[in-house]
Ligand binder design. Structure first.
Ligand code: DC
Length: 230
């Protein structure tokens, strides 16, 4: 029996996380939030005082990446993320940890160290893989690939609302410049840059509701899965 893999790539704030969760629930597939893995590695390296010294301590950082002690628990409130047994679900979503993740993400050896870990998520009946390089690098053979984007302005507005709902104070101008800087870093890095796979469906969510994007995705995935079955 084949394991179906559906990849959803794109910049943060495009609605990827929300949509990937809804799509995984719809098909009863497993879910890989690869950004969370980069965030967990960033947090773990920061706790060990290594985040500012990644290059000087590369082998140690690779070993930490390979042996990250993490768990994703499905709870009524959503997915709970544990690092070394500690609940870090909220901590990993902060801007500070996002910046650690971004530092980790530009180092090829650390990306490679996380590769097998990500592929291990592909289990029956299937996987929804959410990230930046899911369709291009981690699961190039995926049955369906989606690239979800939105303008930097609309992503900044969504992020401000999200941060405010978590009780964090956020200014739109700061968030927008953070998003632009992170997009640039993610798109221009040499290894696994953020870009659509050649065979991906492109969706711009700037002017669409979550439900509208969901419908487009399901229509596309159903058609792709039907093709894969036949
Ligand atoms: O999606 P996110 O904001 O949680 O991702 C955090 C960081 O990790 C972001 O800078 C991009 C990086 N990342 C990556 O390089 N490759 C992935 N597959 C997922 C995330």
């Amino acid at each position: 029996m084949s394991i179906y893999v559906i990849t959803i790539d794109g910049p943060s704030g495009s609605g990827k996380g929300t949509l990937a969760t809804k799509i995984a629930q719809h098909y009863h597939y497993h879910l890989l939030d690869s950004g969370a893995l980069y965030r967990l590695l960033g947090l773990s390296l920061e706790k060990r005082k290594l985040i500012e010294h990644l290059h000087e301590n590369l082998q140690e950082c690779i070993d930490i990446a390979r042996n990250l002690n993490i768990e994703f628990l499905v709870t009524e409130q959503g997915i709970q993320v544990l690092l070394d047994g500690e609940d870090v679900s909220q901590t990993i979503r902060t801007e500070v940890v996002g910046a650690f993740a971004s530092k980790v993400a530009v180092i090829p050896e650390l990306r490679t160290a996380l590769l097998q870990r990500q592929r291990d998520f592909a289990q029956l009946p299937g996987l929804i893989a959410d990230g930046r390089d899911m369709g291009t690098v981690v699961f190039p053979e995926a049955q369906a690939k989606i690239y979800l984007t939105a303008s930097a302005e609309s992503r900044a507005q969504r992020r401000v609302k999200q941060l405010q709902s978590m009780g964090e104070d956020a200014k739109i101008a700061d968030i927008l410049s953070n998003i632009q800087a992170r997009d640039k870093r993610d798109m221009e890095r040499e290894v696994a840059p953020l870009k659509p796979a050649v065979d991906a469906l492109l969706i711009d969510s700037s002017e669409l509701t979550i439900d509208e994007v969901f419908t487009q995705m399901v229509n596309y995935i159903d058609a792709r899965l039907e093709k894969a079955f036949s």
